[in-house]
Design a protein around this ligand. Sequence first.
Ligand SMILES: [Zn+2]
Length: 112
Amino acid sequence: MPRGDTFALMEIIVIAILGLAALTAVARPFFRTSNGTGPFDDGLADDSPEARAAARAELESEILRYRRALRSGTVCTRCGQANPGDSRYCADCGRPLGKSRPPEARSSAPGR
Ligand SMILES: [Zn+2]
């Protein structure tokens, strides 16, 4: 058996395996999306639109809470808890919040 033929045969086998692997990698998302689930699992157990909307709403309210806390300077510098605007102490770790004012609020106060 000539050497060139064995190499050619091996080359064909390697190309076939690589081609098959590439094809499955490319084609898998299409098969999975047609099945109703996304191409990649993002770790969420429930993938329904309702669950996604609920998670989004929860995230938005959390962002709003942090925005308010940042504006009033009540985000805890120790644990990162977003406390209500009128809090004097962190609800999570008990750290006093008075000294962690944002720069624009501090500039109005005379001296340090
Ligand atoms: Zn805290």
